[in-house]
Design a protein around this ligand. Structure first.
Ligand code: FAD
Length: 305
C-alpha cells in the first residue's frame, strides 16, 4: 500500500490526531466538501437537492466504534429520526449502516437487534437498508448479521470490497434472487494475507466481481468513481443484457459530482452516499487517504490560518 495512505489511515486511529484535527477550525471547511452537515435537517436538505437533480441517495449517520449498549441504541434512534424526517423523500433515499456504530464490537447480538430496529423503520417508510463493510476482522460477523436480517427483511443489502481475496466467493454466495450487493474497492489498511495490495490486482478483482454480479439474480450496486471501471461496468452490463435500471452506479457525496449528473442524464440510476453527523473524523480520514491531492488541500488550508 502507498506509504502516505498507510500513514493517514494510522492517524485515523490515533486519539491525539483526532483531537487536533477535529478541534482545528479549518476542519469545518474541509469537512463540508465531503459531509452534508451535522444535523438531520442539513441531511434532509442535501437529500432534497440531490433528488431534485435526478439522483438517488443513501444516507449514513456518521459514527463508529460504539462501546456500549446505550450508545448503540442512540445511533439506531438517530436513524429512526432520520427516516421519519425524510418523509416522501424515502422514494429516492435509503440508509446505510455501519454495524460498529450499533455495537458490533460490544456484542454481535446487540448490533443485530439495533440494526433490526432500523430495518423495521425503513420498511415502514417504504425504503431499504444497506450494511457498510468495515475492516476485515468484521466481515464474517457482518455477513452473519446480514443473513439474520434478510430472514425478515429480504431487501437488506451489504457492501463487499474487491481488495479482499475472499470477495469473489462472497459475491457468489450473495448474488441470488433479491440480493443487493454494493461493490467497492475497500477503504481500510489491510494486510497482504487477506487483501490484494496493488491497485491493478484490486481493479482486476473488481471486474471479476462485476461480471459475477451482473450474471447473478440480484441488484448490483457499483460503488466506484474510477472512470475506467465505470466504462467497463457499462460495457459488461450490455454484454450481460442488463438495462440501465437493472443495476446502479453509486458515488460519494462531493466526489465527481459532474460525473454523477452525466450518468443520470444518460438514464442510469445514480445513488449518492451522503454522510452526516458530528462524528465525521474517521470518514474524513479515509477520504483523505484515498487521494494525496485531498491531503494537500487539507494541509494548505491548515497552514493558511
Ligand atoms: P479510486 O481509484 O480510489 O479513485 C478513482 C477516481 O475517483 C480518482 O482518480 C478521483 O478522481 C476520484 N476519487 C476517488 N476517491 C476520491 C476522494 N476521496 N477524493 C477525491 N476524488 C476521489 N469502502 C469500504 O471499505 N466500505 C464501505 O462500506 C464503503 N462504502 C462505499 C459506498 C459508496 C457508495 C462508495 C462510492 C464508496 C464506498 N467505499 C467503501 C469506499 C471505497 O472502498 C473506495 O475507498 C472509494 O470509493 C475510492 O475508490 P474508487 O473506486 O472510487 O477508485
Amino acid at each position: 500500500m502507498n506509504p502516505l495512505r498507510s500513514l493517514i489511515l494510522a492517524a485515523a486511529r490515533s486519539a491525539t490526531t483526532r483531537r487536533v484535527v477535529a478541534g482545528a477550525p479549518v476542519s469545518r471547511d474541509v469537512v463540508r466538501r465531503f459531509v452534508a452537515g451535522e444535523t438531520v435537517e442539513e441531511a434532509v436538505a442535501a437529500t432534497r437537492r440531490l433528488v431534485d437533480a435526478g439522483l438517488s441517495v443513501t444516507l449514513d449517520h456518521l459514527g463508529e466504534d460504539t462501546s456500549d449498549a446505550a450508545q448503540a441504541a442512540a445511533t439506531a434512534d438517530a436513524y429512526l429520526r432520520l427516516l421519519d424526517a425524510l418523509g416522501p423523500l424515502t422514494a429516492g433515499a435509503e440508509v446505510s449502516v455501519k454495524l460498529s456504530a450499533v455495537g458490533q464490537a460490544v456484542d454481535e447480538q446487540l448490533a443485530l437487534e439495533q440494526a433490526a430496529r432500523i430495518c423495521s423503520a425503513a420498511r415502514d417508510a417504504g425504503t431499504t437498508v444497506t450494511l457498510d463493510m468495515e475492516d476485515h476482522t468484521t466481515t464474517d460477523s457482518t455477513l452473519r448479521v446480514l443473513a439474520e436480517l434478510r430472514g425478515t427483511y429480504p431487501w437488506v443489502g451489504a457492501v463487499l470490497q474487491s481488495y479482499l481475496r475472499r470477495t469473489l466467493d462472497d459475491v457468489a454466495a450473495l448474488s441470488g434472487p433479491g440480493s443487493r450487493v454494493r461493490l467497492c474497492k475497500g477503504a481500510y489498511a489491510e494486510p497482504e494475507a487477506v487483501a490484494f495490495q496493488s491497485a491493478a490486482e484490486v481493479d482486476k478483482n473488481y471486474v471479476r466481481c462485476v461480471n459475477a454480479l451482473l450474471a447473478g439474480e440480484g441488484l448490483p450496486l457499483f460503488a466506484t468513481h474510477d472512470p475506467r471501471l465505470v466504462r467497463i461496468i457499462g460495457e459488461r452490463a450490455v454484454a450481460h443484457g442488463r438495462a440501465p435500471g437493472e443495476y446502479e452506479h453509486q458515488m460519494l457525496y462531493g466526489i465527481r459530482p459532474e460525473e454523477q449528473l452525466r450518468l443520470a442524464a444518460d438514464g442510469h440510476t445514480v445513488r449518492v452516499y451522503v454522510p452526516y453527523g458530528a462524528q465525521w473524523y474517521g470518514y474524513l480520514m479515509r477520504r483523505l487517504a484515498e487521494r494525496p491531492a485531498n491531503t494537500a488541500f487539507f494541509a494548505r488550508a491548515l497552514l493558511s490560518r
